[in-house]
Design a binder for this molecule. Structure first.
Ligand SMILES: NC(=O)c1ccc[n+]([C@@H]2O[C@H](COP(=O)([O-])OP(=O)(O)OC[C@H]3O[C@@H](n4cnc5c(N)ncnc54)[C@H](OP(=O)(O)O)[C@@H]3O)[C@@H](O)[C@H]2O)c1
Length: 321
């Protein structure tokens, strides 16, 4: 043990934003093949507040728990055997998921290959907004659904963290993109590459879209049966990726009856995909939207803001300058 300590936001029980507490805890040390990263910024995702309240990935965690998976920072130290990164390298990542990554803290250790070099054109705040949301978008659009040029892709909650990346990746792959969001977000979503926009507050998307090859549903059945209603827009054999809450037996049965496919999905760490994503960002193909930043100590306020469900892009905690 080095005896070093660090600042972190910990929780000792599940509950509301008030359970998030700033504490001084032991600084982690990198094992062989791991990298110690000085965190400059930590992204905030819905899974953070879902886990905080006892849902999300709560069943996999132990107390005291440090929440957070998204990190952008600088390599401080490398463990034995690491040859791909060195102290001073700027990296970003979503390590360890669904195990705890402890990102709401000044230092994080994780396997070297779960990190990637930070996009050179982004500061740490914007880089920390990328990993979990962009990996989810990339792994659903490009890998799970294997979207092809010319296909029609419907993305629900397109203005959120995952959605704004999914719109851009689908467009990059040559798809025709249909996006649902509040009307105020439509001009921005068109700039990002949406061909059609649907205001979910005034129009049922199943009345406005059809012959869709792939639905990336980021809303779920808990809100207005959005996954189940998505089945109606798919062409025969089309695919629904049910991102927020997986596939219930009822949803699976409805998909079978409709002659379409449905799959659950859970994001996985992937340093190689993050390198691909960094390339798209640095080439100007993909932009990153940060709605608001909060200092680490105000993680609770960031959760409250996120839980309201109206975020355009991402929320980020600032940890170091
Ligand atoms: N399975 C996985 O591995 C995985 C990975 C990442 C995320 N997720 C889940 O996917 C969901 C989306 O995540 P996120 O990070 O993108 O969330 P987010 O950024 O918090 O989403 C906020 C956005 O949702 C939009 N929205 C809310 N209700 C809507 C509706 N009925 N129709 C259309 N848009 C609506 C809002 O748009 P307006 O302001 O215009 O209303 C806002 O822009 C969450 O449930 C999250 O937990 C799952």
């Amino acid at each position: 043990m080095s005896g070093h300590t660090m600042r972190a936001v910990t929780i000792g029980e599940f509950g509301g934003p008030e359970v998030l507490t700033v504490a001084e805890v032991a600084r982690p040390e990198p094992l062989p093949t791991e990298v110690l990263v000085r965190v400059h910024a930590a992204g905030v995702n819905p899974v953070d507040w879902k886990t905080r309240e006892g849902n999300g990935m709560a069943g996999l965690q132990t107390f005291p728990l440090i929440l957070g998976w998204d990190v952008s920072g600088v390599v401080e130290e490398v463990g034995f055997g690491v040859t791909t990164l060195a102290p001073g390298d700027e990296v970003y990542g979503m390590p360890w998921f669904p195990r705890a990554a402890n990102a709401y803290a000044e230092y994080v250790t994780a396997p070297a290959r779960q990190w990637a070099r930070k996009p050179a054109t982004l500061d740490h705040v914007h880089a920390a907004a990328v990993p979990l949301a962009a990996l989810t978008a990339w792994q659903t659009v490009a890998e799970t659904a294997d979207v092809q040029s010319g296909q029609r892709v419907l993305i629900t909650a397109a203005a959120g963290g995952v959605g704004h990346f999914a719109v851009q990746f689908a467009r990059h792959l040559g798809a025709q993109v249909i996006a649902t969001a509040g009307a105020a977000r439509h001009p921005w979503l068109k700039q990002l590459g949406a061909d059609e926009t649907i205001d979910y507050s005034s129009t049922r998307f199943e009345h406005a879209a059809d012959a869709v090859d792939v639905v990336i549903d980021l809303v779920g059945d808990a809100h207005d049966r959005t996954s189940t209603r998505s089945l109606e827009v798919l062409r025969p054999g089309g695919l629904l990726v049910a991102v927020p809450a997986g596939v219930s037996p009822e949803l699976a049965a409805a998909a079978r009856a409709a002659g379409v496919r449905v799959t659950p999905y859970l994001v996985e760490p992937d340093g190689t995909a993050l390198t691909t994503i960094a390339g798209l960002i640095d080439a100007g193909e993909v932009v990153v939207e940060v709605a608001e930043t909060f200092p680490l100590e105000q993680a609770g306020a960031a959760h409250t803001r996120g839980e309201a469900g109206r975020t355009r892009g991402k929320l980020v905690l600032t940890v170091a300058d």
